[in-house]
Design a protein around this ligand. Structure first.
Ligand code: SAM
Length: 289
């Protein structure tokens, strides 16, 4: 434990010489991580941003005390939120990412040569700079000239764009604070308007174990707005419950091409995962289908 000079935020404590982060955003469940080192810790105008080095998950991005992504499992989430929608679009050229300040999703989208522009709309510039500087396992120090960074509220941004994007990826934090609106019906309606006629969107729709209410509402909103909608899952160890959901809304039928165009250097997704991730466990089918 080296850099413990500043006063610790309330969710970090030292116990017997050990440093611990305890996520305290839930009333009845607290998850703690033993931390080796505080790499970066600053208050931005939007949230408290930390990059921590942990024992089991390597470096992690922590916003207001809640783990967002880590060196060990960030690729699972970022590959699944990016490659799945891109595989359904016949020719994605212009991609919008809302949130996603860790740059992990943009890094995955940039693997597609046919993508010409990637617009990353993140409310908090500090998330992008800290991840680029201190979380290279996730951000890949992304410096692709096709990526345009826009530091503004994603809700306002999509309202100003009509018929513009092939794919929109909503890579938001939990539905609190500035991310709350990113789960609303009105926001998804603006997203649909911002998509081209053959466009599709995906959002992270929280834990089917602990946030079925959020997932149900998100799916209902998207089913109302789009002719085609579907849910898929992946297991992300650092998110509570492990099992995580993503919801797609599309203006085109969700059928995969005969040959997929997945990049060769993925760590989690492959053709078999892509095909089976839409198979929902029984408790989800009962609630959602
Ligand atoms: N993979 C992560 C997860 O599921 O927990 C989330 C990744 S990313 C770090 C989420 C980002 O959304 C944060 O950096 C946050 O600043 C950003 N964000 C929250 N509300 C936003 C808004 N209204 N507009 C744009 N970005 C927003």
């Amino acid at each position: 434990m080296k850099h413990v000079s500043k006063p610790l935020p309330p969710y970090m404590k030292t116990e017997n010489g050990e440093l611990w982060l305890t996520e305290d955003d839930r009333e009845n469940l607290k998850i703690s991580y033993r931390i080796k080192d505080i790499i970066f810790s600053e208050q931005s105008p939007f949230q408290h941003v930390m990059i921590l080095d942990s024992y089991d998950f390597g470096r992690m991005l922590v916003l207001d005390g809640v783990v967002q992504t880590t060196s060990i499992d960030g690729h699972i989430y970022n590959e699944m939120i990016s490659h799945v929608p891109l595989q359904f679009h016949p020719a994605p050229k212009k991609v919008l990412i809302i949130g996603g300040g860790d740059c992990g999703a943009a890094r995955e989208v940039a693997k597609y040569e046919q993508v010409e522009e990637i617009h990353l709309v993140e409310i908090d510039e500090m998330v992008v700079t800290s991840c680029k500087n201190y979380l290279p396992d996730v951000s890949g120090n992304l410096s692709d000239p096709r990526v345009r960074y826009v530091y503004t509220d994603g809700v306002a941004f999509v309202k100003e764009h009509v018929n513009t994007y092939d794919v929109i990826i909503i890579d938001s934090s939990d539905p609190v604070g500035p991310a709350k609106e990113l789960f609303s019906y009105d926001f998804y309606a603006s997203v649909r308007r911002a998509l081209k006629e053959d466009g599709l969107m995906v959002c992270q729709s929280q834990s089917p174990i602990f946030h079925m209410d959020v997932l149900k509402q998100t799916y209902a909103n998207i089913c109302q707005l789009f002719p085609y909608a579907s849910i898929y899952t992946a297991t992300v160890p650092t998110y509570p419950g492990g099992l995580w959901s993503f919801t797609i809304g599309a203006n085109i039928p969700l059928s995969l091409p005969e040959t997929t165009s997945l990049p060769s250097d993925t760590k989690y997704i492959n053709e078999a995962v892509l095909k089976q991730c839409f198979q929902l466990p029984q408790f989800m089918r009962k609630e959602l289908v």
